[in-house]
Design a protein around this ligand. Sequence first.
Ligand SMILES: [Zn+2]
Length: 329
Amino acid sequence: MNFYQAFHDESLSSWVFRLALWCNEFPLTPDSVNRLYSQSLLSSSFDPDYDLSGEFAAACHKALASFRPGQNIQHFFAPITPYNIPRYFRRSYCYECLCDQLEQAWSPAVLKRWGYTYYCTCEIHQVSLNDAECHVIKRANAAHDFFQFHTEHRLGKSSMRYSSEVQRVTLEVQGFLRRITSEPKVGLVDSVLLDFCTLFLKILLFPKFGVCSIPNAKRGISVEAPVWQHLHLGPFLATVTERQSAILLLGWVLEIPGSDVRLLPERSRAVLAHENIDFWRLGVSSSYLPDKIFKYSALLFSSLRPTVKSPAIEEFISGFVSRSIKDKQ
Ligand SMILES: [Zn+2]
């Protein structure tokens, strides 16, 4: 067993916590890693794992240098994209991954990919992620909380709700979004397409109103309060199930092979209950939002329209904005 190795895609805070837990020669204790982490939360631009020049990274670098000279930590830090879930809302994990990590390294680890709104299916195990109840955000390694939550609640296999077909489509859409968010030089069409995908997911996951929003979903926070009725918060508040439905519909509109609206689970499909659901009708169904949010989104969608050369997206936008034409009549 090599405790010194970080898992692929592990966050720095998770790895440093595990080093402190298992390596006697490491100069920090688990408590001191937690303390350093929580102290750096407020001063970091996003959170300590995304702040290479922050206090937490500096303290970890110093501890690692005395323990393992020449250790580089830059590769732990990825740029922030519109799909990064802020720490306060981050609670998704793959239980199968946690079990593998426990077997290999005696303690579970947090993978950065679990913190993207589009990441719903584990690439390794091809199952949907799970959601913990809100964890203690000040702890450096939330994986321990996730594991405890999962075993206490005796949650079964996470892939029960979605077929293997849906998992495959989700993986395709995730891969597409990862490509257009991580490639530094995307062209104008890709950058407009990215804006479309971002807005599409925000609309479909808008708290309480979005077509993929499931009433009474176990999300740990009540979304009834006005404080959560903001366009950008929907994807952060949504459960994995809601996000995966939105990703499947995005795949459908992007015409990714194999994606089909009929693959949606019953509860999510109820809102789109129309025998001949098409892109236009999905646009209409998605437009029932609070008035200000609707008007703002209709403007944004209309501005993207001339650049995105896709008949499916065209139809979706036409359906969405058709409500404003009806309203004027
Ligand atoms: Zn997994």
